[in-house]
Design a protein. Sequence first.
Length: 424
Amino acid sequence: MNTCVVGLQWGDEGKGKIVDILAEKADIVVRYAGGANAGHTVVIGDKKFALHLLPSGSVRPGTKCVIANGVVLDPDCLTGEIDSLAKQGITLAGRLFISQNAHLVLDYHKTEDQLRESSLGAGKIGTTIRGIGPCYADKVGRSYAVRAADLTDLDTLKQKLNKIVAHKNKIFAALYKAEPMNADEIFNKCKVYADKLLPFITDTTQLLHNAISQKKSILFEGAQGTLLDLDHGTFPYVTSSNASSLGMSSGCGVPAKYVDKFIGIAKAYTTRVGEGPFPTELYNEIGSYIRERGHEYGTTTGRPRRCGWFDAVAVRYSVTIGGIDSIALMHLDTISGIEKIQICGAYRIGSEESVFFPCNIAQLAKAEPVYQTVDGWDDDLSQMKSFDDLPENAKRYVGLIEEFTGAPVSIVGVGPKRSQTITR
Ligand code: GDP
Ligand code: IMO
Ligand code: MG
């Protein structure tokens, strides 16, 4: 059984938690897109892990982990994450596999992300400043890209970095009057990364296809969310990869026909970090209530997340383009205590009412949510173990989400812990 888990909103839906739970039955967990912009939280007992590059399965000692070609890999962040797990007694030796084709995020990518965002002022995207956009741009541009495989030939890498850094310095000086970067310094860091990462670098496409022929169970872990997909999301307020399930195949070399189940993760409300239209955003005390109860502060940047009602137009779109078989609905516990809950089932744009999500942000910015209002519940859901235990109003709310999105809700989250998960 191979499963792909993706976010259906603007990220932070709780992918880490679900991947950790499903990883119990998986032989291999694969990250296939994004980079250290992701922040996936796994809570095991009293321990909380915030993973940026390592797949969420890495906290399970027997699970193999793949960082595939579609990921942009920040070696500084990854080596830090490997060391930090080692300090907690979790070793990756012999079970982490990094694609030789994964592109490396180096210092000049992070610098460029920072310089560009600052120069854009109010027009900024609100990126995580992790160098994601600049690294993917170099990948597409080809001439100034560095891949994991380059760490195997340091002499050639040195020459390459001299050429790249000279090129970047000219651009940064001309556009931003920035101080020049030092190619030797970046190369010296790469030598350290090579020492630490070479044992893990391999042909992960071959590894995954061998696993498929041996009928191993593979779990594909999406990062970000479908609405942040470069092609299918709310461009330009998106990330620079195909964060929907559509990015899985190109991101790891495995055709979608080998995936038995696509699980979409959504919160029982909506959050977004960074800029961009958000039709159901709440600017009132209910938004603050959700933010505080749900601890809605970024795992990667610590920024407060913008909070709003569940947008079924957006999630239905994500379900449709993602081929989603079922939804894991997280944070149902967070919206306890709200007297009247609203759910957006359509948009009014001008005089038209539509249930199809417009990716054109000029249209989306004009969208007024058409809400259905349902009665809330006061009960504490955090100890409930079965769907039948839930209050009737909560069950009705879940039913309405199924009706509006067209997908069954197979998992309900009632807290951050593994045990706070209801499977139907
Ligand atoms: P990801 O990026 O999709 O992996 O999600 P994040 O880890 O960035 O954010 C999700 C947050 O919600 C984390 O702090 C989780 O521990 C927490 N969480 C996940 N599921 C639930 C749930 O059902 N209820 C509550 N209260 N917290 C949850
Ligand atoms: P996980 O995997 C939430 C958002 C940023 C910004 C936009 C572009 O934890 O769900 P980038 O740094 O990628 O160029 O930023 O995308 N963003 C995320 N928002 N969760 C994430 O990842 C995100 N990764 C990127 O806030 O709006
Ligand atoms: Mg996150």
